[in-house]
Design a protein around this ligand. Sequence first.
Ligand code: SF4
Ligand code: SF4
Length: 134
Amino acid sequence: MREVNSLDADFKNLIASKPGGERVKNCFLCGTCTAGCPVSSLDSAYNPREIMSKILLGMKEEVLSSPEIWQCQQCHTCVAHCPQDVRFADIVRVLRQIMIEEGFADKELPEKIEKIDTDLKNMRIERIRKITLG
Ligand code: SF4
Ligand code: SF4
């Protein structure tokens, strides 16, 4: 079991050093990302503002241990609305990369999730075909 209580003041710097994470320190925790997020609207356990707050506080192990990070759909709604151009969807991409690099997540997880997304898109096509063809 990993220790999740220690703080790492350099966590935000690690994120900022990776492509897509450069603007992480611009966040002023306004919550606009959470308000417009389609995943948050269905699952309150997924909260972009809360994730940003934990990043800025240095709660590295807690963030990297969060399975919710994989719930992001990469729709980029948060990117379009963020007043600080933090690009939260890109921060999620960086977090996932660090999770795999540091052994917090299985390296095959992205492929498995991509398959789920493809299956859901195909299911939508099929079901719409069924109801429109009568
Ligand atoms: S990422 Fe942007 S929208 Fe989200 S809390 Fe930070 S400043 Fe606000
Ligand atoms: S990219 Fe992720 S965090 Fe941003 S609005 Fe879409 S699902 Fe939510």
